[in-house]
Design a binder for this molecule. Sequence first.
Ligand SMILES: *Cc1c(COP(=O)(O)O)cnc(C)c1O
Length: 431
Amino acid sequence: MDHNALQQYDREHIWHPYTSMLNPSPVFPVASAEGVYLTLETGEKLVDGMSSWWTAIHGYNHPQLNQAIHQQVETMAHVMFGGLTHRPAVTLAKKLIDLTTDNLQHVFFADSGSVAVEVSIKMALQYWVAQDRPEKNKLLTVRNGYHGDTFGAMAVCDPVNGMHSMFKNILADHLFVDAPRCDDQSAWKAEYIAQFKQTLAQHQHRIAAVILEPMVQNTGGMRFYCAEYLRQLSQLCQQHHVLLILDEIATGFGRTGTLFAYQQAQIEPDILVLGKALTGGYMTLAATLASTKVAEGISADQHGVLMHGPTFMANPMACAVANASIDLLLASDWKSKVKRIEQQLQGELARCTDVAIVKEVRCKGAIGVVELHQPIDIYWMQPRFVALGVWVRPFNKLVYLMPPYIINPAELKKLTDAIYQVIHEFSDRVH
Ligand SMILES: *Cc1c(COP(=O)(O)O)cnc(C)c1O
């Protein structure tokens, strides 16, 4: 198949994320990826602004990560995790436990972020069943959240853009409050947390856990909020005997400027969910960490076992590359790289506000967001970015960047220039 035939076959037979088989949006065949560049089958080289959805923090085709996979595949590609264990999994569990808050001492390895979120929900529900409080079976969350595409996770995604109406009567019915609306710049007001506080107090007897993304709401709107909200939310959860689940799948491993976003609020979650950048973008792997209180609490009724166990649980190759990725991150000067990216994004994306269709520009860590007043047209916009030699994947009203940490200033400039230009052109088209 030449690349045209490849593209055509794909178009006719393969679903991509959130696409239609009837009128698929354009897809571009990638031949290889190296550093911050994706090389298409057609030979064009694109600067990657997406890190393949938060994951490829060290860039692509990294020699150390490659080596970790090579070594592992020649030792043991996979073994079942029921009744067996292995060095890559134990090493990774220890790393995650050592890097996170002291209360988190127990790890469940899952095969994707969504599954890890399911496991976190199961842990919370099973915990209360074992405490003889089965009526505590609701989750409380904030609007504009995103926690994955499986049914348990979908039920706590934003009810509007998570398409709750389509799955009405099937999704579990949970409690929602407005998304946090404080930012780091302005002074804290008690009213920011008032609705959460009231809902929690009123329904605590039936709430198992609060689940949310710390500091940055990702796919549900690329919104940032202040640490004080998270700090007070955590305190309120403790006061009202409700578990706190933090979904750190997107924010984990340095993206927001701290290794984990929750560290900015100096809190201890009961359950922490990690994924995405965990393997440096190499393989699908996620982890749900639980406190001793939760882990032991699940078994408090003497027969409670955690009811989950995926076939490919703790895949050794995925664990090995996760270990290598974490080592690489910790040995690098990731903090100043992320800071430098933040400053450059702030400096270079600011001018986008000159364009009338731009509502707001915001940056945090290695994340830069340009929010428009109206939804973008992916059929037109995606090929434009490719023509300019960059890989940017906008959605809804958002054009955003989260590049690999290894990106250099010239490469990042190419991304921000392309965004400015494409938004300008889009503005001319829609007016
Ligand atoms: C991506 C993401 C998920 C889902 O992870 P998958 O690996 O796509 O299943 C869940 N929560 C957050 C915050 C995410 O960013």
